[in-house]
Structures are given as C-alpha cells and as structure tokens.
Design a protein around this ligand. Sequence first.
Ligand code: ZN
Ligand code: FE
Length: 259
Amino acid sequence: MIAISPIPAFNDNYIWLIENNGFAAVVDPGDPSPVIQALEQNGLQLTTILITHHHADHTGGLAALKQRYSAKVYGPARESIKNIDIPLSQGQNIQLEDLGLSFKILDIPGHTAGHIAFFCENSSAGPILFCGDTLFSGGCGRLFEGTPTQMWDSLQKLSELPISTKVYCAHEYTSSNLQFALAVEPNNADLVKYSLKVQQLRQASQPTLPSTIGLELKINPFLRIRESNVIDVAENRSGERELSESEVFASIRSWKDSF
Ligand code: ZN
Ligand code: FE
C-alpha cells in the first residue's frame, strides 16, 4: 500500500513524497534539504524522482538528491532540464517496480511549454495525479510559455480523468484561488461550502491537498468555462458576445492575473 504525504518547501510549495515498503519517490524537489530530512526521519530509500516542468522551485534539489541517493530521474522530454535520465511525453508509461506503481504521462502545456503530468489509474490509493503547476485547487497555473488555448486543452484533458482521481498540486494556493473563484461565481453553493472548509484547514495549518477531479469540476472556475454564469462574467469583462471556450478561458485567466 502506498502512502503519499506533502513535504513543505519554500513559502508554499509541496514536494510530494510517495512511499511503499521503505522505498520512496519524490515529485518536483525544488529544495533538497527538507527531502533529505523527511527520508532520514522515516528511514526511506529514495529510488525515484519525478519532474513535471523546468521551474527552479520544482527542480532545484534534483542534482543534490540524484547524487546522494543515485535515484532515477523522470521528466519532460520537451524541456531542457539537467540530470533527467528518462525523458517522457504524452502516452508513455513508466513502471516503478520498487514502489509497485505505474504512471501514464500526459502532456499538459500552458504554464510551461513542455509541462507533463503523472497519472496512475489503479494505484493502491486509487487514481492519483501529479500535475505540478497546471491545475491547482480552485485555480490553474499562470501562462508563462503557453497560449490560453493550450492551457484550456490541458485542463480539459485533466478534467476528463475519473472524478475520484486525487489531485496532488505543487503549491498551497487554495485560499487565494478561492477568493478569486468566489468573485467569478459568488452564488456557487459548493464553492461557498468548500471555502469554509479551506479556511478551517488553513487556520489549523493543514494542507488543503490533495483535491479531487470531482471537487474541482464543482468549484474551479478554470474547469467551469462552459457554465453559463462563467461565460456571462467573461463576456461582460471583454464586452464581447459569442466567445469561444478558449476566449472565455483567456478572459477569466487574464482577470486572475490582475486580481
Ligand atoms: Zn512553475
Ligand atoms: Fe511552482
């Protein structure tokens, strides 16, 4: 049975730790020291490092951890990242024997041009998704390298995963995302209810993650681009009618950039 837990790093990053039988994988280790501490405290052997995209807060610990543990490093084929052993892109499958886990790779460009996600449909913890900085609870990543159309396509791909899929995002951005989500959809009852829960969790210094695809479909404005009230907001802001889905997405995303 695998166990997954967050290793907090920097201000608001989570480096996800996956463990099984004394073996461990980490996802997006931006900082080596909290990872080394967690491995030593729990007597774990790091065999695998998974990387979703090239940003320093996701890759900064890669060289030090790889050298110290001779872990195998999997990462996006379309980004230039030092120390990657196995470059990956859409549709590839990887087997992590010692963790008893396999992942399917999804290309999800938008935040960065070569961003990938790791999805496992049948882990002993159910369907799980590591999506880096593409999908957050209540939000999505900024478009540093991609177009709104690319990001909207990537988010749709993630939203088609089973609703029970646990979503392991790389940042604790939920509270501020929900302030924006409530500005978009003040009358969304699920969103109001979830916001109260998130407030309580954060007051108790608890992580709000993982989320699930089912929950995000109900509360995340960036997955709710086809909802008539979200379309109305986008049309009112842009002053135009008959927006395409990508245009609705672009309008909501650009509002969030300045929110
Ligand atoms: Zn990033
Ligand atoms: Fe990040």
